[in-house]
Write a protein that binds this ligand. Structure first.
Ligand code: ATR
Length: 288
C-alpha cells in the first residue's frame, strides 16, 4: 500500500484525509493508496523527513507523498531535494512527492485559490484585489494572483511591516503592481476593488471579522479561505452588503485536487471531494 500523509501540528482537525480518501475511493485507487494524518512537532520535522527518505525502514518506507500544514510549510523547504518553480518563488511547500529517494516540494495553495475563483465564475485578469494577511497562505495567494494578470493587488495585515515586505517581494519578483496599505485605509481600498480575499486566521471558529458590511459594495466578490465555519462572519457581512461570496471549501478542494493529481497522476474527482467535505462540515456544524 502506498501511503500519503498530511503532517502538521496540530493535525487532528485536518480534513485532508476525508477529502483525499473519498477521491481515492471514487477512482478505485483505495487499494493502491491510503491517506493518513500524522502529528509531527516542529523539533521532529528533520528526523521525520530523514526517515521518509530512507527506503529500507519498514514503517515510513512506502510513503509516496506528503501534504504539509502549519507550522512546517516554510521550514520544510530546506529539507527537500528539489522545489518546483512555484514553491521556490513562494518560499513555502504544501505538497511533497517522493520520486525514488528524492523528495520534491510543490505549492498548490496559490493555484487552488485561482482555481476556486475560476470555478465560481470569477476571472482575475485586469481586476483589483485586496488581500488580507501576510502569512504562509497569503504568500502563496499573493504570488499566484500577481502572476495571473491582476491589475493591482493591495496587501493589508495586522502587522503592517509584514504586508510591506511581502508586497515589495512579490512586486520585485513578478513585476506586477503590488502595494501594501494600512488596515485603517480599508474603506478606500475596497471602494474600487473587485475582490476581497481573507487569508488571515480571523473568523476561524470565532464570530469575528476584519471587514464589516458598510465597507463593501454589491459588486465586490468576497472570498474567505477560512472554512470552519463555512459561513464566516466576513461572509455574513458580505451577504448583508449584497456582495457575492465564495467560501473556503472550494479552495480546500482545489488545492487538494492539484495535490491529488501530483500524487496519483490521475484527474481528481472534485465533486466527490466536495461532497465528502460538505458532509463532514455539516456534521461538525450540527455538533456545535
Ligand atoms: P497561515 O499559514 O495560515 O497563513 P500564519 O502564517 O500564521 O498562518 O499567518 C496568519 C495570518 O493571520 C497573519 O497574516 C496574521 O497577522 P500577523 O502577521 O499580524 O500575525 C493574521 N492574523 C491572525 N490572527 C489575527 C487577528 N486576531 N487579527 C488580525 N490578523 C490576524
Amino acid at each position: 500500500m502506498n501511503r500519503l500523509v498530511v503532517i502538521g501540528d496540530p493535525i487532528e482537525h485536518s480534513l485532508s484525509p476525508i477529502m483525499q480518501n473519498a477521491a481515492l475511493r471514487e477512482l478505485g485507487l483505495d487499494r493502491e493508496f491510503v491517506f493518513e494524518k500524522t502529528r509531527v512537532k516542529e523539533e521532529e520535522l528533520k528526523n521525520f523527513i530523514k526517515k521518509v527518505k530512507q527506503v529500507k525502514l519498514v514503517k515510513p518506507e512506502n510513503i509516496v507523498g506528503l501534504n504539509v500544514t502549519i507550522p512546517h510549510k516554510v521550514a520544510i523547504t530546506k529539507l527537500l531535494d528539489e522545489l518546483s518553480e512555484e514553491a521556490e518563488l513562494i518560499g513555502a511547500v504544501n505538497t511533497i512527492k517522493k520520486e525514488g529517494r528524492k523528495l520534491i516540494g510543490f505549492n498548490t495553495d496559490g493555484i487552488g485559490c485561482i482555481n476556486a475563483l475560476k470555478e465560481k465564475g470569477f476571472e482575475i485578469k485586469n481586476k483589483k484585489a485586496v488581500l488580507l494577511g501576510a502569512g504562509g497562505a497569503a504568500r502563496a495567494i499573493a504570488f499566484v494572483l500577481a502572476q495571473n494578470g491582476l491589475r493591482h493587488l493591495v496587501i493589508m495585515n495586522r502587522t503592517s511591516e509584514k504586508a510591506e515586505e511581502l508586497a515589495k517581494e512579490v512586486s520585485t519578483k513578478t513585476k506586477a503592481r503590488v502595494t501594501a496599505a494600512n488596515l485603517a485605509n480599508l474603506s478606500k481600498a475596497l471602494s474600487d476593488s473587485d475582490v476581497l480575499i481573507n487569508a488571515t486566521a480571523v473568523g476561524m471558529n470565532r464570530d469575528e471579522t476584519l471587514v464589516t458590511a458598510e465597507l463593501m459594495q454589491p459588486n465586490l466578490v468576497v472570498f474567505d479561505i477560512v472554512y470552519s465555519p463555512l459561513k464566516t462572519k466576513l461572509l455574513k457581512e458580505a451577504e448583508k452588503a449584497g456582495a457575492k461570496i465564495i467560501d473556503g471549501l472550494e479552495m480546500l478542494v482545489q488545492q487538494g485536487a492539484v495535490a491529488f493529481e501530483l500524487f496519483t497522476g490521475k484527474k481528481a474527482p472534485v465533486e466527490a471531494m466536495r461532497n465528502a467535505l460538505r458532509g463532514k462540515l455539516k456534521l461538525q456544524m450540527e455538533a456545535i
